[in-house]
Design a protein around this ligand. Structure first.
Ligand SMILES: Cc1ncc(COP(=O)(O)O)c(C=O)c1O
Length: 343
């Protein structure tokens, strides 16, 4: 195992220069349509799946719920974040969302059994999983009827929304994808413009700036990122800028795979020292992790925050649960934290 000092160099190194590559080519033969955010891609996937209720995991961020109209139904997951109830018991819906949390491939078998029984479309939420692959080498987001990616979560890109359709006929009924060149809202436009600048400043500086910004707004690190009312807020302009359709040079599959896996190793060793339980017991070969996810009791969270901060990483609790789930949520929905890798 590499030492923390060796790995720290990887953490703070600027992203390795990459030969330009194209997202649509990497994910071919699935058809790729581009949007501003992953939630816009999810919204079109739900639209393409027809009308009726949608079935979502209760362990999910409320901010993204607005991508699916009501009625929204929820299935439960266990501490390993896999469904913990036989899918034969799940209610009827037109579409079911399977989430590759933090870049780890979810087991699609229960979803496939559900789809056979109900005819529902399966949407694979791979918004945390750019470049991640399952044990058969398949890119996450291409394993179901529809997939969604959010590349801005992995690379310092302005845009973060891709709808993938392994069978392009499944999106044929949708209106054309939004034309590139959108600027979004002032807020999202500013955030998008800041990303490449922050990345150029280096991960440690970027993290410090982001934390200072949040503190200036009165947030504590323990605050969850969603805003009250965000479940019902309109999603805003779905038009992407130009980043996703063109060649991408700010990071590539091989570079992010080794950088993020090294970071994960470093976090796993740190968590072990602190006695924290990782959400996933191991790091399968194809995974390009979005973050290091761990369970922590409230009494252990401050020490975890301080230890990961020394490595230059922010810690945040995840997710901001949907209002319909929050009150009765089991303990393992409330004790998950991420050591976030930024880009
Ligand atoms: C699991 C999951 N799915 C989808 C999304 C939506 O991605 P975006 O922020 O690009 O809309 C997020 C982001 O918050 C997420 O955490």
């Amino acid at each position: 195992m590499r030492t923390p000092a060796d790995l720290a160099a990887t953490v703070y190194a600027p992203p390795p220069a990459a030969a330009p590559w194209r997202l649509a080519e990497l994910y071919a033969p699935a058809a790729a349509r581009f949007y501003r955010y992953g939630r816009h891609a999810l919204a079109d996937a739900f639209r393409a799946a027809g009308t009726g209720p949608v079935l979502l995991p209760g362990f999910f961020c409320r901010e993204v719920l607005a991508s699916a109209d009501e009625p929204r139904l929820f299935y439960t997951v266990g501490p390993d974040l896999q469904p913990d109830l036989d899918s034969a018991e799940w209610p009827q819906a037109r579409a079911v969302l399977a989430v590759d949390y933090f870049g780890f491939p979810c087991d699609l078998e229960p979803f496939r059994a559900y789809a056979r029984r109900t005819g529902a479309a399966i949407i694979e939420d791979a918004c945390h999983a750019l470049f991640s692959r399952d044990e058969d080498g398949r890119l996450l987001g291409t394993r179901a009827d529809f997939g969604a990616l959010s590349p801005r979560k992995t690379l310092p890109l302005a845009d973060g929304g891709v709808l993938l359709a392994p069978d392009p006929a499944r999106v044929a009924a949708l209106p054309p994808a939004p034309a590139a060149g959108g600027t979004g809202t002032t807020r999202s436009g500013l955030k998008a413009a800041a990303r490449p600048l922050l990345a150029a400043a280096g991960a440690r500086t970027a993290r410090a700036l982001l934390e200072a910004l949040r503190a200036a707004k009165g947030f504590d690190w323990r605050d969850r990122l969603g805003r009250e009312g965000s479940e019902d807020e309109a999603l805003g302009d779905p038009a992407p800028g130009v980043a996703l359709a063109g060649p991408i040079a700010c990071g590539d599959e091989a570079g992010e795979r080794s950088r993020r896996r090294a970071l994960y190793e470093l976090c796993a060793a740190t968590a072990k020292e602190l006695g924290l339980a990782p959400v996933f017991p191991s790091l399968p070969g194809g995974v390009v992790p979005y973050a290091f996810a761990f369970h922590a009791a409230p009494s252990a969270a401050d020490a975890a925050y301080a230890a990961f901060r020394r490595l230059g990483l922010s810690v945040l609790p995840w997710p901001d649960l949907p209002a319909a789930v929050r009150a009765g949520a089991p303990a393992h929905y409330r004790d998950v934290y991420l050591a976030h890798f930024l880009w």
